[in-house]
Design a binder for this molecule. Sequence first.
Ligand SMILES: [Zn+2]
Length: 361
Amino acid sequence: MRQRFIAPGAYVQGAGALGAAGEEFAALDADDAYLLGGETALSTVEDRVTDGLRAAGTDVAAVAAGVGQCTHPVIDTHADRVREAEADLVVGVGGGVAMDVATAVAHRTDALLAVVPTVASTDAPTSTVAVIYDEDGAFREVLHRDRNPELVLVDTAVVAGAPARFLAHGMGDAMATHFEAQAVAAARGKTDAGGRSAFVAVDIAERAYRRIADHGADALAAVERDAVTPAVERVVEANTLLSGLGFESGGTAGAHAVQVGLTNVGVREPHGVLVAFGTVAELLVQDADPATLDAVLDVVFGVGLDVTLDELDVGDADLHRVGRIAREHGTAAEPADPPAERVADAVRAADELVRRRRAAR
Ligand SMILES: [Zn+2]
């Protein structure tokens, strides 16, 4: 198998970046845009995005607010509207869900895709991937657009103005990428990009983790006060770009697999919270050295992502199912290839590690 590395056409980030949206949209050379996103996100940035589109000579054919779920019916509805509007550009505005819907809709309609993340809570924006759930919020499937977004436009001032917890969630998603890419590379597994893990993606994933370990707490403190600092810029880039490139061409494994297992027993906590917990479980599956485990727990606690099974409302009776689903969704990509029982044991042991560290504080 060959290695395969894929990336967005352009990644633009900075405080006030939306002020220059016109130049970036102009490079896409689209005639008609279909803008979709969450209510809050659109209320914050819709004017700047539509001004940018018009400055680029792109008409705004329709604006669809209130995108709150990425399900097949939601994707169908927006894809129909894009065709009716004869739009050749889909612009997704908001968090992970809006990015996923925009990605799926652009794929279905063969439109260009620009994404404007207003939070840095997942690495969805830079990727070809859309994660589709059912109406109850349980994981259904992963869809791949045939290419990454033509444009990812991140205004760091907007991201810093969003509730700080979103940035922490993104750090949970991003820190996992390093350990997952390592696992997939060691097992010579296949990635979302459709090849063997690319060396550069494994390196980038490691950088994402180091950034968060070094700057995560500082960045979180800054966004608590809506401030943009160099630490915030570094972490936003780690959460959005580095983690996205790292997972897509480096591979996902145990941490995301445990997250899928947890959502399928009814847990509805944010993606990054579950992935952070899954990272601790993954390290136990991998028999990681104590110093690494300790460092990861430092990061998890440092940015307030610590959570117990009790708080997730996951009982012992659910753990076998968590282990079985996790195996179907990625722990088999781990070099150790653990049976479902061992994954369930790792989840239980991760819970105990979190409890003990809390008690020791
Ligand atoms: Zn993720």
